[in-house]
Design a protein around this ligand. Sequence first.
Ligand code: NAD
Ligand code: TYD
Length: 351
Amino acid sequence: MKILVTGGAGFIGSNFLNLFVPKYPHCIFINFDKLTYAANLLNLRAIENLPNYKFEQGDIADFNQVEEIFKKYEPDIVVHFAAESHVDRSIVGPAEFIQTNIVGTFNLLEACRKYWKSYDGKLFHHVSTDEVYGSLGKTGYFTEDSRYDPSSPYSASKASSDHLVRAYFRTYGLPVKITNCSNNYGPYQFPEKLIPLMILNALEGKPLPVYGTGENVRDWLYVEDHCEAIWIVIQKGKIGETYNIGSNNERRNIDVVNKICELLAEELDKDPMDFKKLITFVKDRPGHDLRYAIDSTKIKKELGWQPKETFESGLRKTVRWYLNNKEWVESVKTGEYRKWMEENYGNRAAG
Ligand code: NAD
Ligand code: TYD
């Protein structure tokens, strides 16, 4: 069994490979990644020399490169993580999001259609987000039947890619599955996203920029629970179906930031106020979705998936990981990271 993993040097893809490459030595995993700013080969150090792991640098938005990979490896399964993934960056510059998330997904689907002579034993697994459903009000949950209503260029590009994947199933019978999950957190997340950004800023004594009033709610999912869910869907999910993945951890942003400050204080034997005093309310994100919350009854009932981490246990693990992995932290604080931080938070007006 040959599994092509796109975007396997990013946050979720590398957690997926770290979990499953050692566990399934009879499967060959091919990691196809452009190595954008969000990628880091250090994430893959534990598996890079394993005989069932191969790395190929390349761009899914370039069909010739995708074709070369299909010709060279003849994959049976594609697990498609590769994407531009950050909402704020999609607001500043949407073009890359259209190329990678829409054109890139299209290229992969086309390659499957061209190179899979028979669809027997083949699968295109598309990793997507709950942001395609838009914003919830104070109540309610996203189900697999919720209407698509994306707000940002990021979520609109992911929605487009979901539609293409579904269209290839309905039109060509391509064997596909889609998972839409809530906000992930855990090791190897690039510190542009809320949780790692707050941890690293707090450690450096820098402001903790909370958008608007901090009332927006996200539903947090520990990254390894997400990866296990994807694996179960690959094994047991029905072709052509969508599964929502979330672990019922709705939190307001301000509560998440306060909790991070408390955990850091506990781990470092400090006063939580040393960190909480850094909280700064800044101008809100345009089109900021108020609330996301996932109903994951379907994957739990039909496939028996259950998350292992609570938000408290997962967040503690995450804080400890960032404290204990100084080499990784230093490696991401490159020119690109500094440039983003200076341009976006350097002279940002207080909210
Ligand atoms: P990430 O930004 O950390 O990593 C993305 C990876 O894709 C990087 O390694 C990057 O180099 C690679 N990539 C980008 N453009 C590419 C291209 N053109 N060709 C090949 N590789 C390319 O993202 P992530 O947080 O790991 O997200 C992975 C997937 O999960 C994405 O599809 C994202 O939409 C989805 N998702 C993420 C979250 C989350 O909270 N992070 C939640 C729901 C869904
Ligand atoms: P983020 O991690 O960017 O994920 P997403 O936008 O995909 O949900 O943001 C999570 C929440 O945190 C979102 O409501 C925006 C907010 N946020 C801040 O308040 N400050 C920040 O510096 C960042 C990056 C996000």
